[in-house]
Ligand binder design. Sequence first.
Ligand code: K7E
Ligand code: CUA
Length: 638
Amino acid sequence: MKTTITLNAIALAIALGLTSCGKQTGTSQAERTANAVASYVAPGEKDEYYLFYSGGHSGQVFVAGIPSLRHISTIPVFAPYPGTGYGFDEESKKMLGDFTWGDVHHPALSQTNSKYDGRWLFVNDVANNRIARIDLRDFKTHQILGPIPNSMGNHGSSFVTENTEYILCATRFSVPLPKGRVADPKDYEKEFNGMVSGIKVDPQTGEMKVGWQILTPPFDWDLGSTGKGPSSGWAFWTNYNTAMAHDVLEVNATQKDRDLCAVVNWRAAEKAVADGKAQIMDGVPIIDPAKVPRVLYFIPIGKSPHGMDTDPTGKWIVAGGKLQPATTVLNFEKVQAAINNKTFEGEFRGVPILKYEAVVEGEVPVGLGPLHTQFDGRGFAYTSMFIDSCIVKWKMPPWSDEEKRDLTKAVLDKVQTHFSTGHLVVGGSDTAHPYGKWCVAMNKLSAGRHINVGPAEPESSQLLDITGNKMKMVAEAYTEPEPHFAQILKVSEIQPNEIYPKDENKNPNAVWDKDSTSVIRTGNQVVAKLTAIRSRYTPDRIDAQLGDDLIVHVTNIEQTRDMIHGFGLAEHNVNFTIEPGETKTLNIKLTKPGVFPFYCTNFCSALHQEMQGYLVVWKPGEGPSGASGGAGATGGGK
Ligand code: K7E
Ligand code: CUA
């Protein structure tokens, strides 16, 4: 099959400007008006869908509405965020640990029976090998798991199985394992390894823990997806370094016409561990696929592939060729048959390689730089083209004989994007029930389509209406760095809390009335329990001695939506908000004498400005007796 092209040809094509889709979005007045109406959400009206998009190296998740594309909220995950005080109060500080950033790539909504169940959103951190769980009842990060042992570069992640049994992850980087072992990168092939991890999710609480891992050759695993229907219990990843290069990957990892993608039977992996077939490394049961058959298989896929997406039926698996101008469609029923009939074309380190011709349904010539594919549930696929800078719509199998002879006939439409689209998302594409209405293209370059904001240019997102035969681009918006993947959820499918109900606040340090508030000094520790309500803290004075540990628990006793108070402490690098019914805790060492105001940082009422108090840090030998022993001075609350 003569579909591969060389890197040089791509570079040449770009240089010659040959790669554009050639189709511009409409600019006639009638079209502009129609597009404006399609994406317009009038004042007082609401969007129909949530768009949860990853914030890349900002470490955050952004929430926008569809079709307006308006940014509505930021969910801090792997980086401190003064806007809510995430990373400043004790609980979130503990979750972040020693890290102050993460590289968020792929959000995944929890599923039940291959349908979004609206409970959790999981996201991965490539850099520090972590996974976080956001609870959709309050849109807050509730758990960060990791760094995951034996795992480096948690990029091929987070892929949720059809009932959220697991989040499956594969490593982008390989290193000597267990982590901490040192070997020369020159001995890469012998000493380095990659890993596929099964992160077990508690079905009731969503609590994650590392379940098991599968040791792999030192390939650089890339994107993947989980199976459903006929491919239930399976998962798939591409890889871009079958060559196992350890330097100058740009050249050394792109020599082969085909790379080996991974086909993983995660149910078999789970069973192998239960049957005692794993060895423990760094506390995790590890499966060696050379010794435990039927857990891992390889399939050759061209070339330096990137995305690998399972369609809503679970029968078709689509790989984006990146350096091959085609998407490869695998037929999972043929994959099963090849496994059962041992239709192998060889093996690599004891892992069978399925015969390509036996499992492929076809290569669809979509254009240059295909990365990711999404599905609308009506038999059509949408592929993002990084080099061609467009979205291509094409027809999924089954194909007619005529289409099979010439698969260019399966390519139905192209819309130019601006520019260099990475991921794209169609709502519900990774479930059995896509919404199939909107597609959002997440573009890596915006190249001055916006007002000039200096050299740090934003990323752009473009909204496509995919309900007709031809796609229609109707709106665009700009985002912080840097959306990779996103998830779309119908607004009507969840009902987040508007406040934290008082009777659900189980924080032992919560106080709800003036009489329960206190400032108590024991030894060198001062513990203050404060209430916050429009427009005062009770108490509004805290006395302590220099060198004391100060712990302040603030409870916002409001039960009214949107009545958020803040707690900022001057010259102590402290600020957080407390939402209605919430208790947050500050814990610092007092290293400076003086009088430091604390004040409400979140505008709450006409007397917001008056919502303030004082922390008095006395020098040794000074201060009221209350400050140096026994109960501390208090105030306010009258
Ligand atoms: Cu394509 Cu990290 Cu999903 Cu970015 S990866 S585009
Ligand atoms: Cu309370 Cu501003």
